[in-house]
Design a binder for this molecule. Sequence first.
Ligand code: T1G
Ligand code: NAD
Length: 657
Amino acid sequence: MSAVHIDVLDGIAVVTVDNPPVNALGHAVRSGIADAVAQTDKDASVQAVVLIAAGRTFMAGADISEFGKPMADPGLPDVVLQIEAAQKPWVAAIHGTALGGGLEVALGCHYRIVDARAKLGVPEVHLGLIPGAGGTVRLPRVVPVAKAAEMVATGRPIGAAEALQVGLADRKSDGDLRADAIAFATEIAGKPLPEALVKRAPVDAPDDAAWHEIAGSLVSKARGQNSVIRAVDAVGEAVRLDGVAALAVERQVFTDLMADPQSAALRHIFFAERSVSKINSLKGVVPRKLDHVGVIGGGTMGAGIAVALLLSGLQVTMIERDEDALATGQGRVADTLMASVKRGLISPDKREVLLQGFIGSTNYDALEDVDLVIEAVFEDMGVKKQVFAALESATRADAILATNTSYLDVNEIAASVSDPSRVLGLHFFSPAHVMKLLEIVRPDQVADDVLATGFVLGKMLGKIAVPAGVCDGFIGNRILSAYRRECDYMVEDGATPQEVDTAMKAYGFPMGIFAMQDMAGLDIGWAARKRRAPTRDPKERYVAIADRLCELGRFGQKTGDGWYHYPEGARRGEPDPLVSEIIADEAAKNGIKQRDFSAEEIMDRILGAMVSEGQAILDEGIAASAAAIDVVMINGYGFPRWRGGPMFAAQAGQKNG
Ligand code: T1G
Ligand code: NAD
């Protein structure tokens, strides 16, 4: 079956692109469309053309797997120019996600009709690029410049209604897109062609002051990512220059960025996030039924997990210790769903429907027909074993029993039930209904179909599910402990907490590790250190600064003091002389002559700790690949995406300053 085929009926040629899974604009598709332009121009019986895609979506962009290799003609910019110069009107019929090159092809067409659920966007910045087939030039000539700049710089797609409203779409189809597109084509057939976008003036071009404002705001969110900055500049040039000249400028910037290490890193992580959940050993394994899920504990995690499950369409039963705790947990769920309504993510009616699928009980008998249960009770092995014992007698023998523990030994939890093959770890990250990362922890005796069901659940929740072996902290928390330890060493040796945090932010982290601990709560790490104390290697250097802060009740933002002081509940802390005194006292007690640290040395030490712990995790088989470690650190711990992750950054020889 060719990637592009043409059917002509009653003077309308329907050109269909069929290149699963997402109709990426690989060479076969590009040449197929170019041929279709020539063929329909030549065919006197054709009055108008509809360009549509088979399968689940209109073209979702250039074929990213072709990047970094010589691009075979015709290149996408030329294909778009050919459509734009066609003698017959082309109507793009868009469903699914018209992204990147896909939207650029649609912009080459003379008209656009969109399915009501379609999304349209230019996400190239997320790959370290900018649109390279005219997107930065044609978009501001069909929608207002400010909207075009926002779409190009943020990569955020817009929906059908907004596309219609801003002028990106001419029509919206609420029914049969193909039929509506053919009708639209028939309507415009024989009429004069509209002026090519590339020849038009920009729409609502802002004056210099207004553009300075728009550009400044978009660039301020770049956080070190070159593509965002270059994307804003490209739109600015596209507005300043005539369309044809602007195309040449765009192409040059696109070519420069394709060679930028940031783009290589972003392309690495794009594919890594999709390959990491593919487990060869589970190929052909049939997962178990997943309709009804139990959640034990309605606390921070239990409530967040319940919301994630409800949003994916699953029925949820929450169990809590007593009526008060249950009411609190149910309230958390209802409030979180209300916040989703306020953000326009779901409608009020949808929220009502979801809450109908959500029941709570203090009686484990309510779990009699669940397919899977996730416990999110206190991080205490005794409590978890009690819960698992109760689950074992309250649930069907084929129900899967999952733990959301952060650090505890999942093999030990599995061994506490008579059939350990039904136990696995599902390590969510807080807030569980927002964070995309899910570590799927596989105990030694877990059944294949139980593990496979875990990955099915991850896909249903829209998570990036990363397989992890059993160890203290699995992948992410284990690496966090390693570089947190390194930062404690540096603080005792003379770096200040704010110097470390400043260096991490300059590297691209959203916040430094000390501010992050103050936000999450120092008590969590304190509990973990106390739990590990009996087995800690006495020869290993131990820094007691954090313990001393905890002994003073300084748990961070929630107590107003931690590594920093938070005046009147402020979100941003300020250095606290008491902390400096404690640090100096600990250094003196340990005979340490404190010294200065540069930002580069701080980051070298942090990345070194991450990479050596990551290598140990690989050597022990806890993570299946270095890419899996990168996916975890980017999606769970704020590692800057445009650096590709600690393992990628190290092998790419990136400078850490
Ligand atoms: N090229 C190649 N493969 C792609 C692809 C692409 N553009 N998009 C997706 N895939 C593969 C993906 O690797 C996976 O493969 C399968 O399709 C399903 O993807 C010139 C230069 C479209 C919203 O950035 O955002 O155009 O694992 O698991 O969750 O200016 O894929 O099954 O083997 O993500 O339903 C711009 C990227 C490119 C869009 C679908 N376009 N893709 O999400 O499925 S640059 C993008 C997505 C460009 C021009 C520039 C998503 C999706 P496998 P999936 P999904
Ligand atoms: P939490 O204290 O907020 O909630 C725990 C809940 O469990 C409480 O509501 C408590 O009433 C309930 N509970 C205790 N014993 C119970 C029992 N026998 N039956 C039913 N309910 C019971 O704790 P949390 O932060 O939600 O953490 C829960 C688990 O998730 C812990 O294992 C934690 O390590 C893990 N975790 C936490 C985070 C995080 O960032 N907070 C992230 C990942 C994993």
